[in-house]
Design a protein around this ligand. Sequence first.
Ligand SMILES: [Zn+2]
Length: 109
Amino acid sequence: MRPTFSCLRCGATWRPLTDVGPIRCGVCRSPYWDIEPLKARKKVTAKAKSLKEAVKMVKISSKDLAGIVGVNRTYVSSILNGKRHPTQRLAMDIANVLEVEFDSVFRMV
Ligand SMILES: [Zn+2]
């Protein structure tokens, strides 16, 4: 019996058909099956105080900010309060809109 492999992308477990190590996930066909997806590697937490100050500086409402980055207002509010962890991509978008350095308002955890 050959060993089974687990895909870190889709979570599937499969048994390869050959003895050659799998190149792609047997289920989702991802060639990156053994590399954790970017968003799973690290969580992003807002430095709530700095982030709120940055929002004040650019005089933008959380509603407008939400509209620009394409998520709903409630989600943005939770991020601003440090209650939700945005994806790296979203956190970068927010930092760009606020014209601040990513590291000044978010921290990787
Ligand atoms: Zn897969």
